[in-house]
Design a protein. Structure first.
Length: 94
């Protein structure tokens, strides 16, 4: 699974001109993809979207936040809807 961390905040330089923030970093971790699910989510426009699948990852690895776009090569590309941090594995609902 891959995703890109958010860009850094822009700042003002000593001469008053804006300095763009640092670009996000691409992260990649091993995962297990499970197709399907029965949850429904409401987006910002109040539209209902159904869960596409579930991504399982090992405990303790860095993972994306809700709302970030993730790519599971050959299976899924889309937004993280929910995160669950369990004792034996972590789950990302998409």
């Amino acid at each position: 699974m891959t995703w890109t961390t958010p860009d850094g905040e822009p700042t003002d330089g000593p001469d008053g001109f804006p300095i763009p923030g640092t670009p996000g970093e691409v992260k990649e971790i091993p995962c297990h993809w499970h197709l399907g699910g029965n949850k429904e989510y409401r987006n910002e426009d109040n539209n209902i979207t159904r869960q596409k699948g579930r991504i399982r990852i090992d405990v303790g690895v860095e993972m994306p936040e809700v709302g970030q776009e993730v790519v599971v090569v050959g299976h899924f590309k889309g937004e993280v809807k929910d995160i669950y941090r369990g004792q034996l594995s972590w789950r990302i609902d998409v």
